[in-house]
Every structure is written in C-alpha cells, then in structure tokens.
Design a protein around this ligand. Sequence first.
Ligand code: NOJ
Length: 564
Amino acid sequence: MLSKFRRIVVVVLLLSCAVLNAQNRAKTVDAGGHAWWQHAVFYEVYPRSFADSNNDGVGDMNGIASKLDYLKDLGVDAIWITPCFPSPQVDFGYDVSNYEDIDPMYGTLADFENLAREAKKRGIHIILDFVPNHTSDQHPWFVDSKSSRTSAHRDWYIWRDGKVPGQPPNNWTSTFGGSAWKFDPATNQYYYHYFYAQQPDLNWRNPAVEKTMFDITRWWYKRGVSGFRLDAVDILFEDPNLKDNPVTGGRNAYGDAYQEHKYNTKLPEVHQALRGLRKVADEYNAVLIGETWTKDIAELNLYYGKGNNELQLPMDFLFTTVNKLSPTEFRKQIAAINSASGWPTFVISNHDIARSYDRYGDGQHNDDIAKLMASLYLTLRGTPILYYGEELGMKTTVPTRREDVKDPIGRSGWPKEKGRDGERTPMQWDESVNAGFSKATPWLSVPPTAKTHNVADESKDPDSILSFYKKLLRLRHTNKELLDGNYLPLNQNDQKVLSYLRVYQDQAVLVALNMSGTPQRVNFELKRNGFASARALAATGKSSSQGDFVTLDPYGVFIGQLER
Ligand code: NOJ
C-alpha cells in the first residue's frame, strides 16, 4: 500500500515537473520555437554620443530615455548600451571601476532604472555591455591587488616577475601598442594588460573572480536587464606558462613586431567561462551577444557551444570584412553563416568599425548604397544589430589633426592609426546647433553632414534613408518569410546582382540587390517556378518587377512577395 502511494507521489511529481518544464519552454520560445532575441532588432547606443540631456557635451541615460519613442517608431526591440558604469574613461567606459553602478557622467542608478522602466513600457529590452576580461586600474580590486604581493586581491590579476631584471615576463604585445606588461616598482612585478595599461586583465583562473563576475550579471538581471554584449570574450585566459608568441614578421601602426596571439587568445578555457555565464543568463531568459572576432565559421561555432550552451548571438564579424560591394563575396559569407551551428547575428559597423556609409559608398551614390546595405542585413535570416546613426547615413568623420583625437590609440598610432573617433560622433537629430545632440560643445565635433542627414529632416522625406529603414523594419516584424524563412541563394554566378529568396512553408520573398553602378534587368524565371509575379514590398527609385523580370536602378533594391 505504502509503496503504491509512493509510486503515485513520484508520478505526480514527475508530471508536475513536466508541466513546469513545458511552461518554462512556453515562456522562452514562441509557437514557432523562436526565442525573443531571434525576432528582435537590436540597436547599439554609444551613450557618450546619443543624446545629452544636461548639456555638458556628453550623452547620458536621461538623453537615451528621451529618445525611446524615436527608437520604438524606428522599429527597435532592444538597445545595447556600451559601458555606462563608473570609469575613468581612458577607453571610454571599457575600463570599469565599479560594475554595479552608473557613471555620474551618464546619470544615476535611478536614471538607469527609469530608462529600463520606460523602455519596458514600450516593449524595448535593455542590453548592457559587460567587460569581463579587464577592469580599470582604478577599480578597488586592482588598487588592493597592486598594494602588496600579499594583498587579498593580488591573485585577481596577472602578476609575474620579469624574465630577467628589467625585462617583461614574455614578448606579448598589447593590442593597443607596446608590451602587454607594465612594471610596478613598488612590488617589483609586472601586471598583464591586453589593452591599455590602465586596463589590467583579471585572472579568470581564480574561482573568486569567476564567481564575482557571474554574480554581477545576476545583479543587473535583477534590475531588468535582458542580456549582455560580452566584451573581448576570446581573451579571458592566458597560457599559464606564459610562452612567447610566435613573431610573424613586419610591424604594426605602433611599431610593434606582428605576432600570432597563440598563447594569450582563444584558449579552450574561455568556453567553460561562457557556459557559466550562459547558465546564469538562462535563469533570466536573457541573451548573450559576443564580441567574437573569428577567422572562419568553424571558429564562430565554438562560441555557440556544443548544443548551443554558450552565446546565443556571437557576432559574425567576417561579414564586416567584406569591404566592397561584391555579390560573390557576400554570397560566400552568407552561405557560411547560414551553415553555422546557431542563429546568425549581423552587424555592418559599430563603435570600433568605420561606418558602412563610407566603407561601401562610391562618393556619388552613397545614399542609395546605404539603402542597399540596409536591405542586405535586414532581410537575411538572423538577428541584425544596427549601430546608431546607420539609419541616417551618418558618415565616418576621422579627425584630421592629431591634437583633435580623443581615442588614445589614435594618438599613439598617428598617423597610421587615427583611432575610432570617426565612427563615434554625436547622433544627428536635427539641423540646429550641434545637430540637436547638446547645447554645449560636444565631446566630439558634429560632422557637417548633420545638415543633410538628420532625424528631423529625414523623418519628413519619404525617400530618405531613415524612411527606408523604417519600412524595412516594419516588414521584418510582420513578414513571416523575412522573420523565419530559409535563405535560398539565386543566380549564383551573377557578378552584379545579389539575389535570394526567403522561403517559409509555401511562401517566398525575393530580394534583389544591384551592387553595381549600372542598371540591371534580371530574369528570375518566376513562371517556370510556379509564380505569376513578385509584388513589391519595398523598392528604391524606379526598381520594379514585371513578369519574370526585375529591373534595378544603379545600386537599386527590389524586395517582393512572390505570388501564384
Ligand atoms: C572591445 C571594445 O569594443 C572596444 O571599444 C574596447 O576598446 C576593447 N574591447 C577593450 O575593452
């Protein structure tokens, strides 16, 4: 009798577990099996440059909050805010001195909470930028670490004796120039910094570091954050024996000999850490986006993890290495990312990569080319991340004088490396002084193109880049084929027009992108394939479809629903 009762209890428990699991799954994926971040459009905000509410020349939390309606109207579902934590701002926030607060320059924690609340009201998720590899040298952990060889936090960073007196432990160079080791005369040891000397690397082999970093993500999830973009994840670990890196010949912009970063990047231990971060993220239905520079898709696959247990959205930067309008090159890259083991993530520029407007622009058709590029990354299968201002056709404005450069690598690498100021200039809101970004002199000057490419003017112009982005984003949210459909390349030998179908069940959308400066007429043999026509969903200029054919303006776009 008792054993029968036990069996019943076990069955009831198992059944309720199954129901709970099903409920959890139901919460995390939609009816088609997609998680929220697969259908979301992400938008990267560089907080210094987005909107300045208190007129001190630097953007802030309240500034971002004041623009949420703009972002909602644009069609954004999630904003990734680059680091906004207290920081000496040597690397503009990527040198964190307190992971659990907001830099006073950007406002207060209460301002952040207000932003999160207001965003939530509009259905916009907030993604923060987590910098797990290094802190600022002003972080209390490092201050303590540096204070003595026996301090509580000594082993939170990577301290070593010199190879011989006066020589760093090995030949590793910082990616921002010079040796990756800085000597501390007080304790007579060197500490390791992959980036600036003011950004000492944390020692992820220390379990206390790992636990603290996991807990920090939890702290933010509890404050309504929906995920993180993880900075520099491939360099969390270094070879414990500190072997010298192989030198490959030649010198970089800082005058350092090129080396293969064999012993200080992409160590297998990284994946253990990512699995841990993911476990915490899963408790909150959160998403992890990776700054994942990889040499090929096989390497990118490692970041999705076995059975997708690491990053949901490792960024495919290989896509940004196609630096010309080449259908062949893009086809190759799209096919590669579609063969990846996880959901693709597309970016075409960010705060470290020159803007797409001038990377692809020919100087004459730049606005058309901006629409062409938008049509590409917003109609592919995957999650797009827009960099602020791309929707306006903002241009990279590189400083012309060394004394104007704000990004330290631009000063140390001048003139070969001019830094990243060019892609970080203030958002162009209107034609007023400082493009409506601030009433004070902005931290970086506003480019002259703010007069022609700004939110206010482009909102009124149905032909503007902004209006086209809005149209595409509306389509992305409503068209099942564009959301979930498979990618099917067409006319793969065409050197001028990149074209593909997005197919969902028995429906298909045709995308045709003319990557050349001459008009094109392409036969898609629609009738032979059972379709009567392609009904325009979005097109630029006079680009259109008739019967089997699509006619495209120079750099023209045609996106059409195939009809039977
Ligand atoms: C990558 C960030 O995107 C970049 O801006 C920063 O300088 C480095 N990581 C160091 O954190």
